[in-house]
Design a protein around this ligand. Sequence first.
Ligand code: MG
Length: 259
Amino acid sequence: MTIRFAALTALAALSVGTACGAQMLPKDTEVWTPEPPVVAPGAQAGAAPSDALVLFDGTDLSQWVATKDKSPAGWTVEGGVLTVNKAAGNIETKQSFGDYQLHIEWRVPATITGEGQARGNSGLFLASTGGGDAGYEIQILDSYQNPTYVNGQAASLYKQRPPLANAMRKPGEWQTYDVIWRAPVFGADGALVKPARVTLLHNGVLVQDNVELTGETVFIGKPKYKPHGRSPIKLQAHRDPSEPISFRNIWVRELAPAG
Ligand code: MG
């Protein structure tokens, strides 16, 4: 009995000592390797860091093609700004991506007209999984004092999740989206292993917080997944009659898959 008591006492003393750090030194909890890679940040807020792939720097559409036939992207580049050509249809990146961080800036014209979904509608498809609007859409819309269904306003995950806040600037002013996209993972049999996740900051305001998607965006009905691999990033030429919106300063950083 005495021996057992002594053993228990010693064990208690050891665990208390460890909990208080008495047995450890500061260096015991220091990690020195592997060192994170050095990335030079952009010269000003929103500028591409050194390891980013620049998708649009104001000069040309060499990184983009038309979604419908992969011909040269027929949108307008003028004065460092890319403007939607609604007649030319959606455009998407030549390259395909898995997980990534994306920065994109967009502007609704100051002279915009229309209401609801017919006022500066476009979209950012985080993965283009086919023609037309196939993929996962973050809505782009003039949501400055322009009511619509909230899971279809700007910064919504369209028809899946409204934004946590309406961070819109007025028409005529530039808006920013900063996105973390974690692509869905599918097994060899095509079954969903891990759903997609999205984090979005709109003008620096957190509006989507690591949200799990229930599938691809659909206009009518419930979202559902279909298996796909690495995919292009797509921009929407919406067919509403309002004036086309513009983009600038688009860059992407590929991320290692989440653990
Ligand atoms: Mg849209």
